[in-house]
Design a protein around this ligand. Structure first.
Ligand code: TYM
Length: 333
């Protein structure tokens, strides 16, 4: 049976990239699939030190974002990762299945650890193994993510295959990354060759889900572009990363293809296109931000949702862990 799993780290501000690359897709998939699970991956967040009070706040904010963006907690299972201990338990087994060489090839580890990888936490190194456990503890078949997570989902398949092979079973499924839509890689507003990221030192490079309408409009107005008008064919965006990015954002926000957007907007100067994009962005994002703030006024509702989500998630995870332990040969007295 098809089952969807995905997660977001509660480790910093949420950006338009998180929304268009991931959460907007989560919302669409909750109606297309019988069972969807969306997690706040707090265990992953602490691979880099987090202030405890901040972590609690950010986890609730992320839950508020999920709900404000349109996830229905009656349908989708929303929970925080550490509340379902089976993730960490399966991750240990996977640490013993995955090879060090596989981890060494992970580009996100290299990016995050930087030059001095010896000083990175052991958890950051094993991060992809925990991510495989997140997915496979639910036997999830579909994982909606942005383009930057593709390598991790592919590694999940390698881990599943090696486990099945080593133990002579056909137990873990092959998971497909779902990298769809026009905004699988939202780029920085200051540099069209860099990913939009919460960790970019320039706040002008990104749209935060907490930005107010004026800030959003200003950032789009000031976004880097070239002096040419928009082309009338998609081809014409080829070597124009900044223009391409704004067109993709417009397309994703309006649920259209970039091709459609170009067909309509071709020939316009950025002086005309940017205000249209700003209006659209504000129209879509402001209600979400408003609802997030409202939900954060009284967190008891969020905590109730997460409590129930964890119970529903555990009901699926527990038997899978039991079977895994059985396969591995652990006594379960
Ligand atoms: P994280 O928290 O970095 O990002 C959450 C999701 O947002 C997407 N994303 C983007 N998409 C398009 N353009 C961007 N500029 C952009 N920035 C972020 C990410 O691709 C991701 O889908 N390892 C994951 C969290 C995770 C997970 C999982 C995901 C943990 N376990 C299991 C799926 C399944 C991460 O760090 O995402």
């Amino acid at each position: 049976t098809p089952r969807v799993f995905s997660g977001v780290q509660p480790s910093g501000g949420l950006t338009l990239g998180n929304y268009l690359g991931a959460v907007r897709r989560f919302v669409a998939m909750q109606d297309e699939f019988p069972e969807t699970l969306y997690c706040m991956v707090d265990l992953h967040a602490i691979t880099v030190w987090q202030d405890p009070a901040e972590l609690r706040l950010r986890t609730r904010q992320l839950a508020a974002f999920y709900i404000a963006a349109g996830l229905n907690p009656e349908k989708a299972i929303l929970f925080n990762q550490s509340a379902v201990p089976e993730h960490a338990q399966l991750a240990w087994v996977f640490n013993c299945v995955a090879r060090i060489g596989w981890m060494n090839r992970m580009t996100q580890f290299k990016d995050k650890a930087g030059k001095n990888a010896e000083k990175a936490s052991l958890g950051l190194y094993a991060y992809p193994s925990l991510m495989a456990a997140d997915i496979l503890i639910y036997h999830a078949t579909h994982v909606p993510v942005g383009d930057d997570q593709k390598q991790h989902v592919e590694l999940t398949r390698d881990i599943a295959a090696k486990f099945n092979h080593d133990y002579g079973v056909d137990f873990f499924p092959m998971t497909d990354p779902v990298i769809e839509g026009e905004a699988t890689r939202v780029m920085s507003l200051r540099d069209g060759t860099k990913k939009m990221s919460k960790s970019d030192p320039s706040d002008a490079s990104r749209i935060n889900m907490s930005d107010d309408a004026d800030t959003i409009a200003k950032k789009i107005r000031k976004a880097k572009t070239d002096p040419e008008p928009l082309p009338s064919e998609l081809e014409g965006l080829k070597d124009r990363p900044e223009a391409r990015n704004l067109v993709n954002i417009y397309a994703a926000l309006s649920n259209r293809t970039a091709e459609d957007v170009i067909a309509e907007m071709g020939g316009k100067q950025f002086g005309e296109f940017k205000p249209l994009l700003a209006d659209l962005a504000v129209e879509i994002l402001s209600p979400i931000t408003g609802e997030m703030n409202r939900l954060m006024d009284d967190v008891s509702e969020i905590d109730r949702v997460l409590g129930r989500g964890a119970l529903r998630a555990r009901a699926i995870a527990e038997p899978v862990l039991k079977q895994t332990y059985e396969i591995v040969g652990f006594l379960q007295p």
